[in-house]
Write a protein that binds this ligand. Sequence first.
Ligand code: XMP
Length: 507
Amino acid sequence: KVLILDFGSQYTQLIARRVRELNIYSEIHPFNKIPVDLDSYKAVILSGSPFSVRSDNALHSDLSNIRGQKPLLAVCYGAQYLAHFSGGEVAESNTREYGRANLSFIQEKDLFFENIHTGSQVWMSHSDTIKQLPTNGVLLASTHDVENAAYKIEGEATYAIQFHPEVYHSADGRQLLQNFLVKIARVKQDWTPQSFIEETVENLKNKIGDDKVVLGLSGGVDSSVAAMLLNKAIGKNLYCIFVNNGLLRKNEFEDVLHQYQGMGLNVKGVDASARFLDALDGESDPETKRKIIGRVFIEVFDDEAHRIEDVKWLAQGTIYPDVIESVSATGGPSATIKSHHNVGGLPDFMKLKVVEPLKSLFKDEVRRVGASMNMDPLLLGRHPFPGPGLAIRILGDLTREKVRILQEVDAIFINNLKSWNLYDKVWQAGAILLPVNSVGVMGDERTYEKCVALRAVESTDGMTADWVNLPYEFLQKTSNEIINKVKGVNRVVYDISSKPPATIEWE
Ligand code: XMP
């Protein structure tokens, strides 16, 4: 495996993903928390950073057990760091160097640049520049504006590049990472979905033995793939619980439960709609709604889990972005916190031990692992759906009637996205019931009814998002169908706000 030391670059996760796309497992650790089992890492990559090596708060990493002993690739800040503190010189550049550039000189004889040729496009993003290479530095590449765009250190397997090989716009970035990792560091490319499954199932067997495990299924990709892995490892000792909180999409509880049973999972469907809806009745504050749903979920789950005699483990579908310790803007490592995403996530809950089989995977890798276990592509391709469900898409006070209206509207919107082949082009979509009535006219009657908003966004991780440019004709047909078929709605609007500054959900 490969160690990536994070100095806070916005691209650090991309480096990890690019390495994994080469079928090589990689892990991100903060620059100042070098793992103790260094032996198990075959190569090390230093990320970029928002900091300057010339400033007082430059981030320092103890490379004494790495440099000269393991193949090392330093990217951007990393490259400047090696230069600045090892006999070279870094200065502020006269022109800020951002965006596209082309390599005008390449030392093509070096293994590092094998199969990469002069003219190759690279992506720059830095305001400091390396004026002088470090001691024993050998120039490997330049662009028109940046003389020291790549160098190596004589006598070491240490390479440094000013540009970002991990971003899509560096045309030969993948080749470069492959040259470094495979040709120079000789790391094996044997990390595949299949090998992940075999290894994980083996580990789960050893860890869990004959114990019983309880897992909350949500209908989403992560909990479903986690369940399938555990099912392979321990079969009937996995007890899945799928709770209907009454805030799911139309028919979702029955459909998904049926699908889970078809997958051979030992799953119990618990219809607790009434309990949730009673607790929420008339509630309008967004955070209170979330808290009520979280609390009732735990009560229901707890009740059910207690019925399983002698259960020892709680399994969760936590994925890698939830656990990476990221380096914050102040330079200190800080944990990424997404509290609202962990409705069922309680480490000391019921004194159960926690098992998280997907903790090392990115979302797209979870999907590939699922595909490799022959899981239904429709399940794997499902849009994300918030834990509190439709409750946070009903603005204002929540009633059963409003849930029913929104379920109908949402079903029309989502089904139309599917029949127009737009569903897979959208990252997440849904309808929002607004707390306003507006005047309309149907036949000769004046109406005063509800307004709904449709929202469809493109995103990769939900952190940033943009609204999708859906065809007018699609919007026209969908709006028509909603107003004609859903009693109580006389107006449909489309949300054209990006995140930031708006969020994906309305509350
Ligand atoms: P926002 O609205 O923050 O949403 O832009 C980003 C992503 O998070 C989901 N989301 C939630 N998921 N519980 C969840 O499990 C919540 O309370 C919650 N709020 C937002 C949202 O659907 C989107 O995918």
